[in-house]
Design a protein around this ligand. Structure first.
Ligand code: KIV
Length: 271
């Protein structure tokens, strides 16, 4: 089976096959997710928190994103589409800069598509320019973390009291589709609203905390694998308890080094 393209993903809505997506930040995990046939790997700006231990995604730079895209694309050689996330302020200044920065994720990072947040008038113009030059673009609406200060925090969107109303989110999705996006991330949106958005557009929606009616689902890989410490959002299901497994293995290793069990001669060179 050849590597998936953005166009393949766009067509999946028609076939009804649910789209699988995870974040990935390095070569080794990319080889694993590629082998597990995850449809999309997002080199997300959540690397700010998961890899670099920052409080938010805001300090991630384009250079960081490029470096991690290089690592992930080296690992995802056989199946998964790799999307490079556009960090805060790598877009939103001038359209030329946005297109040039998206181009760097493709040319230098070897990403096969880019993602950026929001659906303002400026954003729509930027997306049109990127699509026009041949760059596949994934949109992202709802809780857009790069705008968390503006939204009043990391809050569910599309509720009567939210920054973005249900109507605004449906309108945004239609505008992103019209601008040429091949899919849209819906983040932290009530499932009834995500259902309406998903039914209102022909391109796939991929949800994170947006309920079961989306055309696909995405999770931060470390959340899904049970590596994350601290508060776990309601929508996160952990499919493994890697943190505990790794701590157990690490303690065993330390124990064996300390008591001299490791390395035995079996693990030593002769002669
Ligand atoms: O950066 C990221 O990891 C994301 C996903 C959570 C969708 O945007």
């Amino acid at each position: 089976m050849p590597k998936l393209t953005a166009f393949d993903i766009q067509k999946m809505k028609k076939t009804g096959k649910k789209i699988t997506m995870l974040t990935a930040y390095d070569f080794s995990f990319a080889t694993i997710f590629d082998e597990a046939k995850i449809d999309i790997l997002l080199v997300g700006d959540t690397m700010g928190q998961t890899v670099y231990g920052a409080e938010t995604t805001l300090e991630v730079t384009l250079d960081m994103s490029i470096r991690h895209c290089q690592a992930v694309t080296r690992g995802a050689k056989n199946y998964s589409l790799v999307i490079g996330d556009m960090p805060f302020l790598s877009y939103g200044l001038t359209i030329d800069e946005t297109v040039a920065n998206a181009g760097k994720l493709i040319k230098q990072g070897h990403a096969e598509a880019v993602k950026l947040e929001g659906a303002s008038e400026t954003r729509i113009k930027e997306i049109k320019a990127m699509v026009d030059i041949g760059i596949p673009v994934q949109g992202h609406i709802g809780l857009i973390p790069q705008s968390a200060y503006k939204l009043g925090g990391y809050k569910v969107q599309g509720k009567p009291e939210s920054f973005f109303t249900e109507e605004e989110l449906i309108q945004s999705a239609k505008q992103l589709e019209e601008a040429g996006c091949f899919s849209i991330i819906l983040e932290a949106i009530p499932y009834e609203v995500s259902k309406k958005i998903t039914e209102a557009i022909k391109i796939p929606t991929i949800g994170i905390g947006a309920g079961p009616h989306c055309d696909g689902q995405v999770l931060v890989c470390y959340d899904m694998l049970g590596c994350t410490i601290g508060r776990k959002p309601k929508f996160v299901k952990t499919y493994a308890n890697l943190r505990e497994e790794i701590i157990k293995a690490t303690k065993k290793y330390a124990e064996e080094v300390e008591d001299g069990t490791y390395p035995s001669l079996e693990y030593s060179y002769e002669g």
